[in-house]
Design a protein around this ligand. Structure first.
Ligand code: FES
Length: 203
């Protein structure tokens, strides 16, 4: 096996639930939203992306195998097709369950030049976790992300649907204290995106 192939991490995926294991957890509101979205598009396949956002909200921020299976079931698609879409886009949380608050640290060029890795190291030390990990109390998940398209605010963080920047260590400390007591920003972000789809999804 070539060295390049060996460098890649194994992407273990959870097993798809069998039909008899399927448990449907969408709330009545979520079912209404999905039905409304189906009318915005020419077919159910086109509803996979907003359907996944509904699932990400309904399942607490994480697209587990049962969450993906429910979207597939409700849109009459195969599990493999919906999982393929969900795992293609990094904004869907499919790799592991996430904390209440996802802290996304941009480390692209402008943010890098303005000290993004100093901020990242500060966060890692303060939270005791690395990128891609969640604190043991389930409050925070830390992710490294590509350019968030607000380079004039570098170094920049995204938490839920809010941008924070430019940030320094003191700003980060205040921010962590403030958001600890807030509702899940991960779920709030998914809900905001569902609402945008409902308002603007009509073709
Ligand atoms: S480089 Fe960080 S927002 Fe563009």
């Amino acid at each position: 096996m070539s060295e390049l192939i060996q460098l890649g991490a194994v992407n273990e995926r959870p097993r798809a639930p069998r039909p008899e294991e399927l448990e449907l957890k969408f709330s009545p509101l979520a079912i209404d939203e999905l039905n409304a979205l189906k009318t915005h598009y020419p077919n159910e396949k086109a509803c996979i992306l907003p359907g996944l956002w509904i699932a990400q909200r309904e399942y607490g921020g994480y697209l587990s195998a049962p969450a993906i299976a429910e979207v597939a079931h409700r849109l009459s698609r195969s599990y493999a097709e919906v999982e393929g879409v969900a795992t293609f886009y990094s904004m869907y949380n499919t790799a592991h369950s996430v904390g209440k608050h996802m802290i996304e640290v941009c480390t692209c060029l402008s943010c890098h030049m303005c000290g993004a890795y100093r901020i990242a190291d500060h966060l890692k030390e303060k939270l005791g976790i690395d990128f891609g990990e969640t604190t043991p109390d389930g409050l925070f998940t830390l992710h490294e992300v590509e350019c968030l398209n607000a380079c004039d605010r570098a170094p920049l963080l995204q938490i839920g649907d809010q941008y924070h920047g430019p940030v320094d260590g003191a700003y980060v400390d205040r921010l962590l204290d403030e958001i600890k007591s807030q509702d899940s920003t991960v779920v709030q972000l998914a809900d905001s995106i569902v609402k945008v789809h409902l308002q603007h999804g009509k073709s």
